[in-house]
Design a protein around this ligand. Structure first.
Ligand code: ATP
Ligand SMILES: O=C(O)[C@@H](O)C(=O)CO
Length: 426
């Protein structure tokens, strides 16, 4: 299998978001969970998205994992590797966007890396280096209250500089509007000045098409699904995609079994979707303090689900409002509480699958990563889109048999996302 485009995603929901965008824009795409075992039979594809869980781990761990994935992708022919980050630039001053971008650039022999989290379809735009989320500057958006990576600065040149060894530049919208030639000239000037990463503005898809065309001629880029769109369209325009496009129908053949939703995302969108789900499905709100206190809350949740699940889908959520999250974090620490809750939700997920769940929605990137790892799912085929950034996924090589999943990024999906997702999985 020779691949044209490789990607390393820093979380699993982000990986499925990107795989969805690449598929929609004409690339046959598979999402692997980590570097796949050589024995795993993968379909013939144009693009592979390797999902890692490296958004909120120590920078050195993130760099090591990304470097291995990059080697694997290059050995399979990838001429360009996109490091898929969150469209809201989720990170801290310790990383991991800067350190991983620099390491991937070094591995590819240096050069300037284009960096942009813009994803206009979901309201993420970048202007003069400032990230807007649905019309609000990043630092005024709900991301200011993120449980793991609270974002307090919308100026991405500043944010990335704090995470990087080298200086960071800006390719502004005026340059991008002047076309690929103008962007390349700007990158050459940055290279001469010793700059190795540049934030690129992008408001419309046409900006990302320009950036994709330029990025494709370089070995590495860093961005969200918008840059994926630009790269995919540039590849298709280059005539190098011979497959005649991607199909998603195979991915949604019915799997039967029971269905459930597990949520650990505390985003404003997820909290609202849970309120709406309560109108049509049984919803169990876990007590986070009890989850941290011992296994009883997990056992109670499994028993609660067992009493209801044969009658229809159930929802189990650790998600809580920012005040509750802050209180827990004050008591137990930010990382420790996040990690403990991910472990608890992943155990609950595995128990549900043990009891026959085959159609599963998980809300939250870290939450999804922990759940998919516990289930030991090796890879996914990409099915149709449920909402921008969230496709139906079909497992490949799964020990429990075929399953359909949706891994929902915290901020994605409409009000009725959970019912809409389950309605597409049979
Ligand atoms: N009640 C709670 N109190 C504190 N932390 C919580 C609580 N419920 C969940 N968490 C933790 O909050 C974090 C949520 O991150 P996660 O990545 O799953 O969601 P998200 O950030 O909204 O999604 P995405 O990364 O896709 O945008 C996880 O570590 C989860 O364990
Ligand atoms: O880019 C996004 O916003 C999402 O794919 C994501 O990475 C959230 O975890």
């Amino acid at each position: 299998m020779a691949i044209l485009l490789g990607s390393i995603a820093d979380d699993y929901t982000g990986a499925s978001d990107l795989a969805n965008t690449l598929t929609k824009n004409g690339l046959r795409t598979v999402q692997t969970v980590g570097i796949p075992d050589p024995s795993l039979a993968l379909p013939d594809v144009d693009a592979v998205v390797v999902s890692l869980k490296i958004r909120s781990v120590p920078a050195s761990d993130a760099v090591a994992a990304a470097a291995s994935a990059e080697r694997w992708l290059r050995q399979r022919g990838a001429g360009h590797v996109l490091y898929k980050i969150c469209s809201t630039f989720d990170s801290t001053d310790a990383g991991n966007i800067g350190p991983v971008t620099e390491a991937l650039s070094d591995a590819a022999g240096g050069g300037v890396v284009l960096v942009t989290p813009a994803f206009p379809e979901t309201g993420r735009t970048v202007y003069l280096g400032h990230l807007f989320v649905g019309g609000q500057p990043l630092n005024e958006s709900p991301l200011k209250d993120h449980p793991l990576n609270p974002m307090h600065d919308a100026n991405l040149v500043r944010v990335l500089t704090r995470q990087s060894r080298n200086a960071v530049g800006l390719v502004d919208l005026t340059t991008i509007a002047a076309g690929p030639g103008a962007v390349k000239a700007r990158l050459d000037a940055f290279r001469t000045a010793g700059i190795t990463a540049v934030i690129a503005d992008a408001i419309f898809e046409r900006d990302l098409e320009t950036l994709g065309e330029v990025a494709l001629e370089t070995p590495v880029s860093t961005g969200a699904s918008g840059l994926g769109l630009g790269l995919a369209r540039a590849l298709v325009r280059s005539g190098r995609i011979s497959s005649g496009g991607a199909t998603t129908t195979d991915a949604i053949r019915p799997v039967g079994g029971l269905s459930a939703v597990v949520a650990g995302s505390c985003s404003k969108a997820t909290l609202h979707q849970l309120d709406i789900a309560e109108r049509s499905m049984p919803v169990l709100r876990l007590d986070p303090e009890q989850l941290l206190a011992g296994p009883d809350e997990i056992a109670a949740a499994i028993s609660w689900a067992g009493d209801r699940i044969s009658a229809g889908p159930v929802v189990i959520a650790a998600s809580a409002a920012p005040e509750t999250v802050s209180r827990l974090q004050l008591l137990y620490g930010r990382e420790a509480s996040g990690h403990a809750i991910e472990t608890a939700t992943s155990i609950i997920t595995a128990e549900l699958v043990e009891r026959g769940v085959r159609r599963l929605v998980v809300a939250g990137g870290e939450t999804s990563g922990a759940a998919v790892d516990r289930l030991a799912i090796p890879a996914f085929l990409i099915g149709p889109e449920i909402a921008p950034g969230v496709p139906v996924l079909r497992t490949v090589g799964n020990a429990q048999g075929d399953m359909l999943l949706a891994l929902k990024s915290g901020n994605f999906g409409g009000d009725d996302f959970f019912t809409a997702a389950l309605a597409m999985m049979h």
